[in-house]
Design a protein. Structure first.
Length: 287
């Protein structure tokens, strides 16, 4: 699977990320090789990693292999029985709880409300026809997806000021060129009195009965701390090459692999959100 980002701004495409994922599958065992690890300010983090998933009937093993450092991280998973003895496995560690309380809550999704697909055309005016291309020996129909918006929302009201400063990243020049727009939202709330602990926990004095009453309009107020949400929106246009006679099935053979990788990779999570849209008929050979 090969994917890349490009930009109409000259020379910016050279700074945009691209990668080729090599996927090997045998039965319930899957291996995925990648060289793109993440994004840090204006630099794309490169490396050499392999993710290996070995599935058994009642358990599974997930391995992350760092070829550069020679280290392997192994995570064992098993199917829990409904017995109470297994419930302790759901209890998070103290370190996990602490990390949650000091880290922003981030969710990323593709806004599907405005997306529309249309066939690309070829030829000159008056003699234009639907555009078809051969990709890896398969005839494909070329579509364009317009008004695609990648939305990232971050909540920080549960963080201390020190945590907010520590996690706040400056806007890089590359983000500006790629068209990422950031909007901050703050919920309506009364002025907080630092000496009143009740106001800190529930500044709007909303009861649980009122909160679950669908007939009450709170006007942006909430039962807990006032919400602090920053929203980043990246707008882009995508091209798709779809083949109706491709031997693989997107929902049965490809999506399970993408879902597996989306757990630990934000790039796969974004890819999953996009390809799970109501695409036109055909297998997406190229995106």
């Amino acid at each position: 699977m090969k994917w890349e980002f490009t930009s109409w701004v000259p020379l910016v495409s050279r700074m945009c990320p691209s990668d080729t994922y090599k996927v090997y599958k045998s039965g319930s065992n899957v291996r995925i090789d990648t060289t793109l690890l993440g994004f840090d300010q204006s630099n794309w983090q490169r490396g050499s990693r392999s993710y290996v998933f070995k599935g058994q009937e009642d358990s599974a093993t997930m391995m992350e292999i760092d070829h550069e450092s020679g280290q392997v991280y192994v995570e064992q998973m098993r199917v829990l029985s409904p017995q109470l003895d297994d419930m302790h496995a759901f209890r998070p560690s103290t370190e996990s709880v602490s990390a949650r309380l000091t880290t922003p809550i981030v969710t990323t999704f593709v806004d599907t409300d405005k997306i529309n697909f249309e066939r690309n055309k070829s030829g000159i005016w008056g003699w234009r026809s639907d555009r078809n291309e051969i990709v890896n020996g398969y005839e494909s129909k070329v579509f364009s997806a317009n008004n695609v918006e990648l939305v990232t929302k971050t909540r920080t009201e549960h963080l201390t000021e020190a945590d907010k400063i520590r996690h706040k990243s400056s806007r890089s020049p590359l983000q500006s060129l790629l068209g990422i727009v950031e909007v901050e939202e703050k919920a309506a709330s009364p002025v907080l009195n630092g000496d009143n602990k009740d106001w800190t926990a529930n500044p709007c004095h909303i009861t649980s009965e009122e909160y679950f009453n669908p007939e009450i309009d709170f006007g942006g107020k909430d039962i807990g701390r006032p919400r602090e949400i920053s929203t980043k929106i990246q707008k882009f246009k995508a091209n798709l090459w779809l083949c109706e006679n491709y031997p693989l099935s997107l929902p049965e053979q490809i999506l399970p692999i993408v879902d597996l990788m989306a757990i630990s990779s934000t790039h796969f999570a974004k890819l999953r959100d996009f390809i799970t849209l109501q695409l036109p008929a055909g297998f997406p050979i190229k995106i």
